[in-house]
Design a protein around this ligand. Structure first.
Ligand code: ADE
Length: 234
């Protein structure tokens, strides 16, 4: 999978060199290229923002550098990419979003700062690929970089070969719509706390049943919004 990232703070993405994603980049499974938006400015101050038409607080990212950035990236693309713009005004990013995007051969993340990007940039990008505005959640970050990092990790780990044991992707929070069951490892007793005896029983059926009950209980108490209406006990 190819991922291009456009940002005025490329250093945010240095962390993509470590851990599983770093290894996947090294082996060529993930081709991630980070670009500085200011490369596509032409004035002495390398300006990327200006005041909003209609007035109001803050600054808006100018369309011209974005247009050149998208042109340069699209020119290299074999097929129209999916442009992902992290934005608190977008659809919420979920595990299902990560699964969908992990199937794409080419993603382009456009990281806005300030009050956002001139709206015409999204229209322009929509003529060159698919555009998705995606929010990490109902809170405001200073820009799209941290959100893009989170999304790239969530998507990247679903690309075949990135996570060594694909089985470990199956029994996770959100994969089956419920939160994950609690995990324990050795020692069986630690600081007076014992591991639930069923996990030491060797009875696989009983273990599976206990884990399922734990998933439901956790989801009911922490995230009742995830349960199907029949399970909510309302
Ligand atoms: N940019 C600023 N806040 C954001 C959020 N919650 N999600 C994605 N991008 C953002």
């Amino acid at each position: 999978m190819r991922i291009d990232v456009v940002s005025i703070f490329p250093a945010f993405f240095d962390a993509l060199e470590v851990s599983l994603l770093g290894r996947a980049r090294g082996s060529g499974i993930l081709d991630i290229r980070v670009h500085d938006l200011r490369e596509w400015t032409h004035d002495r101050h390398r300006t990327v923002d200006d005041t909003p038409y209609g007035g109001g607080a803050g600054m808006v990212m100018k369309p011209e550098p974005w247009g050149e950035a998208l042109d340069a990236i699209a020119a290299e693309a074999a097929r129209p990419p999916v442009f992902v713009f992290p934005s608190p005004a977008g659809e919420v990013f979920r595990q299902s979003t990560a699964r969908e995007l992990a199937l794409e051969p080419h993603l382009v993340f456009g990281c806005g700062r300030y009050e956002g990007i001139d709206e015409r940039v999204f229209e322009y990008a929509a003529e060159r690929g698919t555009v998705r505005l995606v929010s990490l959640g109902d809170y405001v970050l200073n820009g799209g970089e941290v959100a893009a990092m989170a999304m790239i990790e969530a998507i990247g780990r679903l690309v075949p070969g990135v996570v060594g044991n694909p089985e470990s992707l199956v029994e996770e929070s959100h994969e089956d719509g419920l939160l994950e069951y609690p995990s324990y490892t050795k020692p069986s007793e630690w600081r007076g706390r014992a591991v639930p005896p069923v996990l030491l029983s060797g009875n696989h059926g009983a273990v599976a049943q206990w884990r399922r009950a734990q998933q439901l209980e956790r989801t009911r108490s922490r995230r009742p919004d995830l349960l199907p209406p029949a399970e909510r006990g309302e």
